[in-house]
Design a protein around this ligand. Structure first.
Ligand code: ADP
Ligand code: ZN
Ligand code: ZN
Length: 734
């Protein structure tokens, strides 16, 4: 903090969707470091702003520049490095810089909340000369008393302890400090370094991978750890983390939104004691802030968390790990749109540290990147103990008499495996009882009033629910159109599957794991504990069960319906299908017994289904890449998507027409294609009509350069405030 004699100018970032920043005056007694938050007047309200830079002059009209209210921080909430990363993100993703900066902060600090000191101070005695000591002894018994106490305590005394000795301790200790007889430090609890679990003896493959990555710890490199399910990737991460902790560096360890199962947390705890903090969307803003603060203070060395934990600050970050790097939950699809994997790679590059991306089913982007500079591939193609992942076999549903989504063949298999004492995992990516409810008389279908979507029957709730907006109706007894009572439902959800299997296998425990069955709280963990015991049971679930779990008693896994993906409008659907198929099949056969994996399909001859049987993920991924190259899809073409939504489709389309009007400088660039505007696939969602405008180019840099100049102009198009628009660079789906 420097002292100044006059008012000064500073540029601030505010969390508003505007591409420019704002100048304010700061008074000479206010802190002026970049990264400090202030309360600022903004229009008739006040807002939180983050100081970006000081200067002597402003480009703005002096009379319009207002003065800040108070500073909210003594120390910056964003380090110089984070400010730089945020600048890069704003530039790369063409997002309003202020909003990006606020995205990099824990939610708790985005409001005018003060930073909480999570640490405690302890006072210790300092060596002083004999003369000064005598003086204290003689003249101030109260000072002498406290001095003796802190000198006698080997670890120092904190405020509470000092207060017990003397309720007026604070002024006394200040006096001792001023004489140089006492000083304080932050108390650091000794981390529990003695792990309760040492980890297995590494396999040769694991050791080789670890050595090879560890040999490159002092500089930026992207390591793709391409290891089959159960090959011991987590053990590799743990060993790399141990090495980092041994050299007093910190590690950010990202997992997908659903990956923070009690199992992984228990493993981390067993290995690293209390040296980690956890952050995910199930925690309160305060809890997440506390985790952020602990990590920033260095009280813990590992930040284990989901997507936004990437923005945890550290003075000594040594390594970033991204587990299940292919997972879609790393892409943030609302607010500031960014891909945590890509931002993490940039962050590692800025800090000149390595980053490890791990997956059994690497994303096509990462596979495509493997021939880039600084990109290294490490393979683990064996499971350390037991059997290899089972081959995937197909069950032809075409002529089967299907019972609640299960072919007779599958039901027989389930019975067999349960009979042999195994556990069974069934993957069905549709929650609820049935996805279609309709009248047999007049063909009325239950639709959401706010979305272009059907309502799903949830029988246990006696309700029809919209999975997009939460709209709910009581389960109708008769048709709202024709009063007929002959209402039927079609299709199978996890709830129905659970009910039916309960009838077929009444003596077997059934565990359903989906968002409805798990809800908040500890239900999920409880179910997983049951699973861990190893007794025969059937596990039914959506995406939540596809990855991250390691249960040795599962011997059979099956995907009930693989065909949705074959007809999906999304170019990513096939990639996601093979990833799911390999992940789900990889849950089985991890223990002492060989596993089996089945996929039910009506199209066993489809090339993709045939490819699954051949068991070669990498080959399928390369084929998908080849196809995308031919079709000019990402990652070969880069996509920027403008989206707009309004209270009518016309509004949304008009907005995008206006934006398109501003894009004319791009039209004479031959390799930029502009498609749309057109209505979005699901046009109406939560009562708003949505449209999109798509820019495609094989040169993202060129595309971004062209857009960068246009963005402020687009922002200035004055039109109906009821229409919202966003821009999505590297849109995940079209
Ligand atoms: P992944 O992360 O690749 O799915 P994990 O690290 O979870 O694999 O390992 C799968 C299982 O194998 C775990 O139960 C783990 O404890 C065990 N395992 C990993 N490495 C070894 C090893 N070197 N020796 C014995 N068991 C191991
Ligand atoms: Zn009807
Ligand atoms: Zn809805």
């Amino acid at each position: 903090m420097s002292s100044k004699s006059t008012l000064n100018y500073a540029t601030f970032a505010l969390a508003i969707p505007i591409y420019s920043s704002f100048d304010y005056h700061i008074a000479d007694n206010q802190p002026d470091e970049p990264g400090i938050r202030f309360r600022l007047p903004f229009g008739s309200r006040d807002k939180v702003g983050i100081l970006l830079a000081n200067h002597d002059q402003s480009q703005f009209d002096e009379s319009k520049i207002r003065s800040t209210f108070e500073a909210l921080d003594h120390t910056p909430v964003l380090s110089a490095h984070m400010l730089e990363l945020a600048r890069w993100m704003a530039d790369y993703y063409l997002q309003p810089p202020g909003e990006v900066l606020f995205q990099c902060l824990p939610k708790y600090l985005r409001k005018a909340n003060a930073q909480k000191e999570t640490r405690i101070k302890v006072w210790r005695g300092q060596p002083i000369d004999e003369k000064s000591r005598q003086a204290i002894c003689k003249r101030s018994p109260r000072q002498h008393e406290l001095l003796a106490a802190i000198e006698n305590s080997s670890s120092g005394l904190n405020a509470a302890e000092l207060k017990l000795i003397n309720p007026g301790w604070h002024s006394v200790i200040l006096a001792l400090e001023s004489k140089g007889a006492a000083s304080w430090q932050w108390f650091r609890p000794e981390p529990i370094t003695i792990a309760s679990h040492q980890g297995p003896v590494l396999t040769v493959q694991q050791s080789e991978v670890i050595d090879s990555i560890a040999g490159q710890m002092d500089h930026f490199a992207v390591h793709l750890l391409d290891g089959i399910t159960g090959s011991g990737k987590t053990e590799v991460y743990f060993n790399l983390i141990e090495q980092q902790l041994a050299s007093n560096r910190q590690v950010i360890y990202l997992v997908p939104e659903i990956g923070l199962t009690s199992q992984l947390v228990a493993r981390v705890q067993a290995r690293f004691g209390e040296r980690y903090a956890i952050s995910h969307s199930g925690l309160s803003d305060l809890k997440r802030y506390q985790a952020w603060q602990q990590f920033r203070n260095g009280d813990v060395s590992i930040m284990l968390g989901t997507r936004s934990s990437l923005f945890s600050q550290s003075e000594d970050l040594g390594l970033i790990i991204i587990d299940e790097e292919h997972d879609g939950s790393y892409k943030q699809d609302d607010g500031i749109r960014y891909h945590a994997r890509d931002v993490a790679i940039k962050r590692a590059q800025m800090l000149n540290i390595p980053i490890v991306l791990g997956s059994a089913t690497p994303s096509t982007e990462s596979i495509n990147n493997t021939d880039r500079e600084h990109f290294y591939v490490h393979r683990l193609d064996k499971r350390p103990g037991g059997y290899p992942p089972p081959p995937i076999s197909l069950i032809n549903l075409r002529h089967a008499v299907v019972d609640t989504g299960c072919s007779p063949q599958l039901i027989e298999k389930i019975g067999q495996h349960l009979g042999n004492g195994g556990q069974v995992l069934l993957y069905l990516n549709r929650r609820g009882f049935a996805p279609v409810v309709m009248c047999h008389q007049c063909n009325w279908q239950a639709h959401c009033v706010q979305c272009d979507a059907k309502l799903t029957l949830h029988q246990s709730l006696n309700r029809l629910l919209c999975h997009h907006c939460g709209y709910a109706l009581p389960q109708p007894q008769s048709c709202p159109e024709c009063d007929n009572t002959n209402i039927k439902h079609y299709g199978i959800g996890t709830e129905q599957l659970e009910q039916r299997l309960n009838q077929i296998f009444p003596e077997v425990a059934l565990l359903r794991i989906d968002r409805d069955a798990v809800g908040g709280g500890t239900a999920f963990a409880d179910r997983l504990k049951t699973l861990q015991k190893g007794d025969p049971c059937i596990l039914i679930g959506t995406q939540m069960i596809a990855k991250g779990h390691d249960y040795p008693s599962i011997t059979l896994s099956a995907i009930l319906d693989a065909d949705q993906a074959l007809f999906s409008a999304s170019y990513r659907a096939t990639e996601q299908l093979i990833q799911t198929a390999f992940q789900v099949s990889g849950r089985s056969g991890r223990g002492q017994q060989r596993g089996e994996a089945w996929v039910q399909t009506r199209f066993p001859d489809h090339p993709l289904m045939q490819a699954l049987v051949k068991q070669d993920y990498r080959n399928i991924a390369l084929n998908i890449l080849r196809e995308r190259k031919l079709l000019g899809f990402p990652p070969f073409a880069r996509v920027i998507l403008f989206r707009a939504d309004g209270i009518s489709l016309e509004q949304a389309m008009n907005k995008l027409e206006e934006i398109r009007g501003q894009l004319s400088p791009l039209s004479d660039q031959p390799n930029i294609q502009c498609i749309g505007p057109m209505p979005a696939l699901m046009t109406r969602r939560i009562g708003r009509y949505r449209a999109q405008l798509c820019l495609i180019s094989n040169n993202l840099r060129q595309l971004r350069n062209a857009l960068r100049d246009v963005m402020p102009k687009i922002e200035n198009i004055s039109s109906n405030a009821m229409v919202k628009w966003t821009i999505d660079v590297d849109a995940y789906d079209l």
